[in-house]
Design a protein. Structure first.
Length: 205
């Protein structure tokens, strides 16, 4: 594979000013090439399948559910997803990474942070929002602190769909007590204490 070829990028639909800024930013980098833009959440699966971008920049606010990311990641593992949200919290970013996102950034980050995230994400590196010290954090594909395990992400998706512990256990072929254990771990890692708080977290943006 020729590493000198431009990194192909898909841009989902954003608010006008954000969309214009992203287009100009990506177009201004000779190492990046936009293959699709203004893609709605409902079109993401089909457009990613058609263009196979190396990086997709997705609007968190336009997703019907964070679980959408899990389905996109499963269907298109070669496409690295960067999620931009309105000041996402650490627990929201944790959840998005667990569900398949490669990077999670706020919409008001500096332009250079977005470009760095695209280049890092294209190599499979996880990118998180800037820390209090002012630097973005990135890591190789290994586990990150407090990121949900794949099984915990399965339980999280069931919880978000409003399923009972018994229904989740049946769908995953595990015991109800195993689901309870995973659910407690999910709550701890996401900083919530109940299903209601989890729902508020999911619908908060």
């Amino acid at each position: 594979m020729d590493d000198r070829r431009p990194i192909t990028v898909l841009l989902s639909r954003f608010e006008d000013l954000v969309a214009a800024g992203l287009r100009a930013l990506v177009a201004g980098d000779p190492n990046l090439r936009i293959v699709a833009a203004d893609v709605t959440a409902d079109e993401l699966d089909a457009v990613i399948a058609e263009h196979a971008p190396r990086v997709a920049i997705v609007n968190f606010g336009a997703l019907r559910s964070p679980a959408t990311l899990r389905r996109l990641h499963a269907a298109h593992p070669a496409t690295h997803v960067i999620v931009l949200g309105d000041r996402p919290t650490a627990s929201e970013c944790n959840q998005l990474l667990a569900l398949g996102a490669t990077a999670c950034l706020a919409k008001d980050v500096e332009a250079r942070d977005v470009l760095n995230a695209i280049h890092l994400a294209s190599r499979g590196l996880h990118v998180l929002p800037r820390s209090r010290g002012g630097s973005a954090t990135a890591g190789a594909g290994g586990p990150l602190p407090d990121v949900l395990t794949p099984r915990e992400a399965d339980v999280l998706e069931g919880l978000q769909l409003g399923r009972s512990n018994g229904e989740i256990a049946a769908s995953l072929c595990v015991s109800v007590e195993t689901v309870r254990t995973h659910a407690r771990s999910v709550f701890r890692k996401l900083g919530v204490h109940s299903r209601r708080e989890l729902t508020d977290l999911t619908r908060g943006r």
